[in-house]
Design a protein around this ligand. Structure first.
Ligand SMILES: [Zn+2]
Length: 150
């Protein structure tokens, strides 16, 4: 019977335990592949990350917390967007026009000089922050998109 004295891990860092058999020269690597990769200065190919239940629980809590923070941030953006309205009637009319087309088209991406990302929020941020010139370009692009959809 082989008496296993101690157990060490593969020197390449792959996480594989190596059994040291007394009377034998201690092995450093679990496999020829790990030895070769280590000699070439490469990381092991099969890194095994062992996560304890406590760590898993902590990570899940962190994810839940980040999800909540993200939802709160999105709510805040929505609130700020609805509060920040322009007093310029021309801009207001452009915004309304874009809003209507956006709703009709379900907020697609628009190809103008600067890109409006898809989604209601991206459109609204754009409508509030951009100049009238950019809004007109967006209207033209959106109306073109509307023609292509119909
Ligand atoms: Zn290894």
């Amino acid at each position: 019977m082989i008496n296993i004295q101690q157990q060490t891990l593969c020197k390449a860092g792959c996480g594989t335990p190596i059994q040291h058999i007394p009377g034998h020269r201690p092995k450093l690597y679990c496999s020829d592949r790990c030895r070769q990769r280590a000699h070439r200065g490469l990381p092991p190919t099969n890194v095994v990350t062992i996560v304890t239940n406590d760590e898993k629980q902590a990570l899940e809590q962190r994810i839940a917390q980040l999800d909540q923070e993200l939802a709160a941030a999105n709510d805040l953006i929505d609130k700020l967007l609805s509060r920040k309205k322009t007093n310029n009637p021309l801009k207001r009319s452009y915004q309304d026009r874009l809003q209507r087309i956006g709703e009709k088209l379900d907020w697609p991406a628009l190809d103008i000089h600067i890109t409006v990302k898809p989604g209601r929020k991206a459109w609204r941020v754009f409508m509030i922050n951009e100049s009238n010139d950019q809004l007109i370009r967006a209207i033209i692009a959106a109306e073109r998109a509307a023609e292509q959809q119909s």
